[in-house]
Write a protein that binds this ligand. Structure first.
Ligand code: ING
Length: 271
């Protein structure tokens, strides 16, 4: 069961406030905590493992946009702290809302990992991470079979007048292209519709390693998007077209880790 990003609270990075106020109102000090214990108990009773996104305050006072993954006994087997934090940390004038993830959260400090649970190798990420190909490649290089993620995607772009249909298009193509390019199943759950009067896109979906969408939310209401998936489909892609060991040439990829931002071209006239 994949729940969305920041599933326990409103998407509070849309609001300007101090970090202390955000911590007081929206961050979990323990997981499970008193409010989430019933979710863990029911999941254990039903033998359903789950992914849950929430705002994490560590005992040392670090703040992360976090997700946990449990096994079928509601035992936490993995934790992921969001690495690609979109938006800004200063106040932007003249927009209907902010996007202050860089203000309220530290960059995740535990990397992109894959866990073996319930007989499946499963990786996790969060929202904006799904737009970056490196996210999936690092997990596919750990032999992931499925990547699960939650998201909160405002339908309005506060930086430029992006046509609204592109918000759904870029969301889905990020899932489909990267599922295909890494031989992965991808399951993404969005918190959507009007939250405090601010609209977020729906489009929760389950995507096959073929890149095809096998199940997708039809509304912006509460929905269970479900599919019986065949993990062996991914094996075919990882064995042939995306057989990393056979086809990848990391000696030619070094710019990917050497450069953070784009730099000057390297092309030269042939001898
Ligand atoms: N939300 C958005 C997301 O990546 C965004 C922010 C939307 C960034 C569209 C760029 C383009 O879906 C979160 N919470 O990351």
């Amino acid at each position: 069961m994949v729940f969305p990003e920041l599933a326990l609270t409103t998407f509070f990075p849309r609001y300007w406030m101090t970090e202390d106020e955000a911590v007081d109102r929206f961050f979990e000090r323990s997981m499970p905590g008193p409010e989430t214990k019933p979710l863990f108990s029911l999941a254990a009773e039903l033998k359903i493992g789950f992914y849950l996104g929430y705002a994490e305050l560590t005992p040392e006072g670090r703040r992360f946009n976090t997700a946990i993954m449990t096994d079928e006994n509601a035992k936490i087997v993995g934790r992921y702290r969001k690495i690609h934090l979109p938006g800004h940390s200063h106040h932007i004038e003249g927009t209907p809302f902010q996007h202050l993830e860089k203000k309220f959260f530290d960059v995740g400090n535990e990397g992109f990992n894959v866990w073996e649970t319930q007989g499946v190798r499963m990786g996790m990420c969060l929202c904006n991470d799904r737009r970056w190909s490196e996210t999936y490649r690092v997990m596919a290089l750990q032999s992931a079979e499925i990547v699960v993620l939650g998201y909160n995607t405002p339908s309005m772009n506060i930086h430029w007048p992006e046509p609204i249909h592109l918000r759904m298009f870029s969301h889905l193509i990020s899932l489909q292209g990267n599922a295909y390019g890494n031989g992965l199943w991808v399951a993404a759950a969005g918190k959507c519709g009007s939250e405090d009067g601010f609209h977020m896109i729906g489009g929760s979906a389950i995507v096959s390693p073929t890149g095809e969408i096998v199940a997708q939310a039809q509304t912006e209401e509460d929905e269970l998007v479900f599919a019986n998936i065949d993990l062996s489909i991914g094996e075919a892609f990882r064995e042939h077209v995306f057989n990393f060991a056979k086809h990848r040439r990391p000696e030619h990829y070094k710019l990917i880790v050497e450069r953070t931002g784009a730099g000057p071209p390297l092309g030269k006239a042939p001898d």
